[in-house]
Design a protein around this ligand. Sequence first.
Ligand code: BTN
Length: 327
Amino acid sequence: MLKTKVLKMLSEVNDFVSGQQLCEELEVSRTAIWKVIKKLKEEGYQIASVSNKGYHLISTPNVLTKSEMANHLHTTWVGKEIYSFQEIGSTNTVAKELGDQGKPHGTLVIAETQTNGKGRRGRNWESPLGSSISMSILIRPEILSEKASMLTLVMALAVHKGIKEITKANLKIKWPNDILLNNRKVAGILTEMSAEPDMVHYVVIGVGINVNMDSISKEQAPYASSLKAETGQEFNRAELIANISLWFETYYKLFLETQDLSIIKKEYNTYLINQDKNVCVMEKDKKIIGIAKGITDTGKLLIEREEGELLEIYAGEVSVRGIYGYV
Ligand code: BTN
């Protein structure tokens, strides 16, 4: 896409790039470049245009357009194809449709807002316009379908690391896939798949992050917050998505080496907020109380009961809480 290429050239130098250089390198006319610059300005990019000097990118808006996303990505395969929407029902649903259409491994779907965002266990997920991240990655792993649920934990580590590197905040993971800051949820992950027992067609991993909302109403979501509300800072969403995607490639490779979490388990357990704490596991009408002892190689949560008995809890439909509250 010409817009992406122009943006890339402008953002690579902190100076003017001449119109002639853009035309020659991109093999297009002056008018084509002028039209792209006009479009970029409309999208909120501040670009100085000076005759005899050319164009200078002064500032970039915090938007999730395809060009802005492509400009930030330094991945090998995540985001090879990008679909971006101003408003969409759910990025997971779009990614599944793209999966059915045969789109490639690593296809990335992003949106400025979702009208029907889906959370775990049938809940809704709010994605306010312009201040949240809604992203879904379509992957085609050659694994047995029973192993796919581990990918949620692989992504949890990537989201944790990807956000932490940029925000420098002390984030934690609440098993299996919530990302917490100051004991409040700032990101969640929803994994869906299309599979037969011995073969996975595709997996869609969706990530929702509360980034630049000033606050989140306590009535609506008593345990939720945003990166901005907790740190007082605003963050560039495309940069966050790019960094999470990069880390996802790393952790995914480690997962594929053994087709389980044995290599990344230690790191996951380091950040586990429930580690060595009393937790209450709720499964429909059953309640199990014990001390969380980290995850197993397959991503189950180990719970030590009073009698010293160790139970392995499968993520499925359970929810884990601290015995006196959320964590
Ligand atoms: C949860 O914690 O309940 C999971 C939330 C997952 C939300 C994300 S936002 C992007 C993707 N599209 C969806 O409809 N859901 C996921």
